[in-house]
Design a protein around this ligand. Sequence first.
Ligand code: ADP
Ligand code: MG
Length: 268
Amino acid sequence: MSAVKENGNLQQGPIIEVTDLHKQFGPHTVLDGVSLTAHTGDVVSLIGASGSGKSTLLRCLNMLEIPHRGKVCISGEEILLKTNRHGQTVPANPRQVDKIRTRLGMVFQNFNLWPHMTVLENIIEVPVRILKQPKAEAIAYAEALLEKVGMSAKRDAYPGFLSGGQQQRVAIARALATRPAVMLFDEPTSALDPELVGEVLKVIRDLAKEGCTMLLVTHEMSFAREVSSKVLFLHKGRIEESGTPEAVFTAPVSERCRQFVNAQQWKS
Ligand code: ADP
Ligand code: MG
């Protein structure tokens, strides 16, 4: 199959543009002024210690968490927020959030497939129910995606009968089914047994080669170095270092980034 066709990506500017994002949980500031940009075909990797805010940042992009301050634009469209009468920041238009979520293909650490649906049903659910695609068309595209992730043989299986690596490959196919403008991966291999990591990284590597735009949170440093166009090191809710993989992995300016990268490379 040729490069992934994108939904809602008709303009020329950045696909993701995050400006000065802030997020708190109670008194705890988790994102403290994060800005980042990703253009078509960029593979941006996000690295950093546990608790540095990586998952929260991804979750703020699709409004699974609502930022307190700052701006998120997806394919040039700003997600509009307002302050409600309780003083909380909330999306101004829930329909806009639904629409923008279909442009963001999210893949979580724990797969999160719907257990009561077959592999194929998992993949066609959002295209048919939310995007109102004709079922036959959604099935045809799902079958092409299953082929791409090497899971055609399990089309009619239930997730509980699949290995973690297989479930994650199905989760990637499901995320691709809405033809997202960008894929968001949150540590897609960290819940897997070591022998299953490779099959999932292969699928992500193939997507990168096809020019799929991605934001990838990962602890797989050598993989991040291989596939990324840009690497960001997050520390205590701020981007402390950013640059090409070569720059961040071999000559970081920040001492903390150098220590983190060295410690991670030592582990693997
Ligand atoms: P990372 O993905 O880099 O490990 P997270 O974004 O998950 O970091 O978490 C950053 C910080 O925010 C952590 O201290 C975490 O405990 C806290 N946090 C994350 N989600 C919540 C939540 N829903 N409620 C309260 N605190 C949270
Ligand atoms: Mg996380």
